[in-house]
Design a protein around this ligand. Structure first.
Ligand code: DLL
Length: 433
């Protein structure tokens, strides 16, 4: 369902007029209130009045995660602290946490965007949403929560963890929509099965999964195991949280970016050059409606491409393709670039392999060694050694053929790879130690 027909189906011309107006007011705001941007603009010789067209945005230098860290915690806020009503923060697993703030109006904008997102993903007023994204500093839990209430749906704020209890709630409360990371959704399926509960007997229709990369094959696996239609939702704390882009359940082919709030660009991650539609590169966002924490040309590090083709759902907003990984997640193994999601796609093609894996990278005698630990099903694991060896060879050969890199495959027993309650940890890189 399209919640905001006015904005979501606008002609390109009308949309660009709205974008330009909002962009100019955002530029004015940061130039007046954020010393970091004033310095940045001055060093590039740009004044707010110079931004006369959307194309002029390209003249402004990028903002990087490091800039947010340098201004930790509140240095990037464009309003006085008295006007901030909410703080969130990224986990900081790859360095110092980044802190983001919201005014009351921002919280409302975000709730509207999330209501639109949930509607695009199949939710309606009559639905009961089992929200298993973590509540807290992470934006997933509260983002979905406020959006669900704005939509008028009923939300169960179950958060992540306590998985056995979640299964009982799913059975007793009759939720119709599941929101979780894709890896946690699979874990829920596993624990339900152990508890003798089949998703066929539950009421789920749609699942809205994101916050981490997942492959098309993983979608098929989730849809089959959880007996629902799965859509991909994308967002990041620095830009607003979830609610930046989502797939429509009608097409399930790329995520519509809410372009009346965010302007996307794709750049070459090395040269910074803006790339044309269809080319893969790093996604960059400018927020054009936020008050407390606007971002101008923020480099997300996420790798994807943009697709301007019209969509069957009627939305005119551009679509981004599935995020294949982050540029800082990309492993360089003896000179070959490898994204964990590429390995995932190859693994999922092989029969007998479960969607639980972890990549361990080491350096042995000055050479990078990539070990792929992957679970196999109960049945396969009890098979004779010869069959297991054949499976190991098949995985090794397929990875070599598709990615051009030699790996060591280790098949492990069912349920031995740690399950996550939020974002899955797919890579352990011991070279960084
Ligand atoms: O993960 C916001 C979110 C919550 C999105 C719930 C969707 C659902 P952060 O914790 O700041 O925010 O992490 C943002 O997660 O830059 C991507 O690398 C990754 N990410 C988010 N959604 C997707 C997705 C939330 N659908 C970082 N596919 C982003 C791939 C995703 N990666």
């Amino acid at each position: 369902m399209i919640l905001d027909i006015g904005f979501e189906t606008m002609t390109r011309e009308d949309l660009e007029a709205v974008q330009l107006r909002r962009l100019r007011s955002t530029i004015e705001r940061v130039y007046t209130h954020v010393p970091f941007y004033v310095k940045k603009f001055k060093s590039a010789g740009i004044r707010p009045d110079d931004i006369q067209s959307l194309d002029d945005l390209k003249r402004i230098p990028f903002t990087e995660k490091q800039d947010l860290r340098d201004n930790y915690p509140y240095g990037m806020f464009a309003v006085p602290m008295d006007d901030i009503v909410r703080i969130h923060a990224s986990s900081g697993t790859t360095g110092q946490a980044t802190v983001v703030g919201y005014t009351a109006k921002d919280v409302n904008t975000w709730a509207e965007l999330m209501a639109r997102s949930l509607a695009a993903g199949g939710a309606t007023r009559g639905d009961i949403i089992h929200n298993a994204y973590g509540y807290g500093l992470f934006t997933g839990g509260l983002g979905v929560h406020y959006g669900a209430e704005k939509l008028g749906a009923c939300v169960i704020p179950v958060s992540g963890g306590n998985t056995k209890r979640q299964i009982i709630i799913m059975k007793d409360f009759g939720p119709t929509i599941l929101t979780a990371t894709p890896s946690y959704a699979l874990h829920l399926a596993e624990v339900a099965e152990e508890s003798g509960i089949s998703f066929e007997d539950l009421k789920f229709k749609y699942g809205i999964f994101g916050a981490e990369p997942w492959s098309e094959r993983m979608r098929e696996e989730i849809e089959r195991k959880l007996n629902l239609t799965a859509v991909d939702i994308y967002g990041l704390s620095e830009v607003i949280g979830p609610g930046v882009a989502i797939e429509c359940y009608e097409a399930k082919k790329g995520l519509h970016i809410f372009e009346d709030h965010f302007i996307p660009e794709i750049i070459d991650p090395v040269t910074g050059e803006v790339l044309p539609y269809g080319e893969r590169g790093e996604l960059v966002f400018t927020s054009i409606t936020k008050e407390a924490f606007p971002v101008i040309r923020y480099r997300t590090r996420d790798i994807t491409s943009l697709n301007p083709e019209p969509c069957m759902c009627g939305r005119t907003h551009i679509r981004m393709n599935r995020v294949s990984g982050r540029s800082d997640d990309m492993l360089i193994i003896r000179g070959v670039n490898v994204f964990p999601s590429q390995i995932e796609s190859i693994l999922m093609e092989i029969e007998g392999v479960e969607p639980h894996y972890q990549l361990v990278v080491d350096r042995e005698e000055n050479l990078d060694v990539l070990k792929v630990m992957v679970e196999v099903g109960e049945k396969v694991f009890s098979d004779e050694v010869k069959r297991l060896q054949k499976l190991e060879t098949e995985i090794t050969e397929n990875i070599k053929e598709y990615l051009g890199v030699s790996v060591k495959v280790k098949l492990v027993e069912p349920k031995t790879i740690t399950r996550s309650e939020g974002k899955a940890v797919r890579v352990i890189d011991n070279r960084k130690m």
